[in-house]
Design a protein around this ligand. Structure first.
Ligand code: NAP
Length: 494
């Protein structure tokens, strides 16, 4: 067991009631219900805690319990009868009629009774796992029946959690926000990007802040360029209805920007939400906006060969499943350092990683010898959770030859040693129950994402001839054109 040293801080969820709308859906079944069970199982849930699940589908108690069992076991848990009984004892199902005020009045009465029984003191977290069109109307009705308490009243709180995608266009994103803004204040809205809840992503900041050796060199004096890769092995997997409206750029840009920020933003004064978000905002504001011309010259969109024959794909669909591009950050730390990004589906591997590639020696005995990039700092976020640092060392033996070496920390193994370590969704639920918005997206970040995407979307719509949709073989890492993208600047993907 690895020991902890020095500073050690734990966020504890506050006693509360958790209400899950859209409880019969895919997100609820695959992610939220298992996360709720995991929190109870790992004793990370608050002591005084109950769960109400709601959806329009009628479910009797037996059908509800068997759905919970299926969700929990499909997620990989093997609950003992006692632990499953303890979980379902905290949980109940309500049939929802989202348009009827009676439903909300009934919910309010039920929550009041459960609060009294559990001692949860009118503290409620509402997870909106419904289609986004229902977010605003549900929030409005919650407010109207007194369930979205004013955060100024500190003896109680109510929070809303929503999940990306935040709209499918700048206009729909703004409308979505406006629908939430009226009933809820920004401090009550928790926007999830589950990448930020991942253990390795959190470790990027911890590592940067605690080790001067890294942070002192994470700037344009030492770093040659940065690479971000978000590859999925799978293709559509029956989600054409969703993906045909979104495409990869809209679906993945939030993840990409969050990874870039965590790797490259200046370190905040503290990990408290206000400091963290202010620093992240400064980073986003220093990203040089792409012009239409830059999109044409420095981005590649593509789609895998078999996409058109996937069930549910419209004839003539021009939706991209792959995007590569580069951008610059115009601040003192990163001026002149290109950031290369590639993200795609059906790329032959599942891999999310950040690589900081150090400059080659520019003085001394090896300045004229091409030894490749001597140092690459890699954060593998999934599927391996591994941090590595590559070095060039002398090959053992009589000659002076070089060998690349890698120092690695298998972070997953380390994390598994820690008892009760939460998954990404479990962690995000804890943070929301603790009222900490550090890991959640602000309204600014969502708006920024759409502004950043705008020139891509405009170029593809208005000048498709100059911005063709390339094709790539299923299972390959994108089209040749994307492989060549960093070559324009004399670099290559690692
Ligand atoms: N699935 C994912 O992996 C995923 C990933 C990222 C983000 N999200 C987001 O998470 C939310 C839920 O996703 P999902 O895939 O679970 O969606 P879903 O399966 O389409 O819908 C979830 C549930 O919402 C209810 N519902 C359907 N239409 C509704 C309406 N008009 N008003 C109120 N409720 C309605 C349905 O339950 P009843 O008919 O029983 O009420 C359904 O089971 C969405 O906002 C989605 O964009 C999902």
């Amino acid at each position: 067991m690895t020991e902890t040293i020095g500073f050690c801080q734990e966020t504890r969820a506050e006693s509360c009631g958790f209400v899950l709308f859209g409880a019969t859906g895919d997100l609820a079944g695959r992610k939220i219900i298992p996360a709720l069970f995991g929190l109870c199982e790992k004793k990370l849930a608050p002591e005084k805690f109950y769960i109400v699940m709601a959806a329009r589908t009628p479910l009797d108690r037996g059908a509800f319990e068997s759905r919970l069992w299926d969700c929990v076991t499909k997620a990989g848990f093997t609950p003992s009868p006692e632990s499953f009984s303890a979980f379902i004892a905290r949980t109940e199902y309500l049939r929802a009629d989202y348009d009827s005020e009676d439903f909300y009045r009934g919910l309010a009465a039920r929550l009041a009774a459960l609060d009294a029984g559990a001692g949860a003191k009118k503290k409620h977290l509402f997870y909106l796992a419904t289609p986004p069109a229902a977010f605003g109307p549900i929030a409005g009705k919650l407010k109207a029946c007194g369930l979205l308490s004013d955060p100024a009243d500190c003896s109680c709180w109510s929070r809303l959690i929503i999940e990306k995608p935040y709209g499918s266009s700048p206009e729909s994103a703004a409308a979505l926000d406006a629908g939430l803004e009226t009933p809820a204040t920004e401090s009550q809205v928790y926007r999830i990007d589950h990448f930020t809840g991942k253990e390795t992503v959190q470790n990027v900041m911890a590592l940067r802040a605690a080790n001067r050796v890294f942070d002192a060199t994470w700037n344009n004096k030492f770093i040659d360029h940065v690479q971000l890769t978000v590859f999925e092995e799978l293709g559509l997997e029956g989600r054409a209805g969703f993906f045909e409206h979104m495409g990869l750029a809209r679906d993945m840009m939030s993840h990409i920007l969050q990874l870039a920020a965590i790797a490259a933003m200046d370190l905040p004064a503290s990990f408290k939400a206000d400091d963290f978000k202010a620093e992240k905002k400064r980073f986003f504001e220093s990203i040089r906006p792409l012009t239409r011309e830059a999109v044409t010259e420095r981005s590649v969109r593509a789609r895998y060969e078999s996409y058109a024959s996937e069930p549910g794909v419209a004839p003539g669909s021009a939706v991209e499943t792959f995007l590569a591009f580069s951008f610059y950050v115009d601040n003192d730390r990163w001026r002149g350092v290109p950031f290369y990004v590639r993200a795609g589906k059906k790329t032959g591997e599942k891999r999310t990683c950040i690589k900081l590639v150090y400059k080659k020696p520019d003085r001394g005995i090896f300045k004229d010898v091409d030894i490749g990039y001597p140092n690459v700092f890699s954060f593998n976020i999934q599927p391996d959770e591994k941090i590595s640092f590559s070095l060039i060392s002398k090959h053992p033996g009589p000659k002076l030859c070089f060998t690349p070496r890698s120092m690695a920390v298998d972070y997953r193994t380390e994390a598994e040693e820690a008892t009760g370590f939460p998954t990404d969704y479990e962690r995000l639920l804890i943070e929301a129950m603790a009222g900490d918005q550090t890991l959640f997206l602000s309204a600014f970040e969502v708006k920024f994402m759409w502004e950043f995407l705008a020139p891509f979307l405009a170029a593809w719509k208005e000048a498709p001839g100059e911005n063709p949709l390339y094709s790539y073989a299923d299972g390959s890492p994108g089209p040749a054109r994307a492989a060549e993208l960093p070559n324009i600047d004399g670099r290559s993907w690692l």
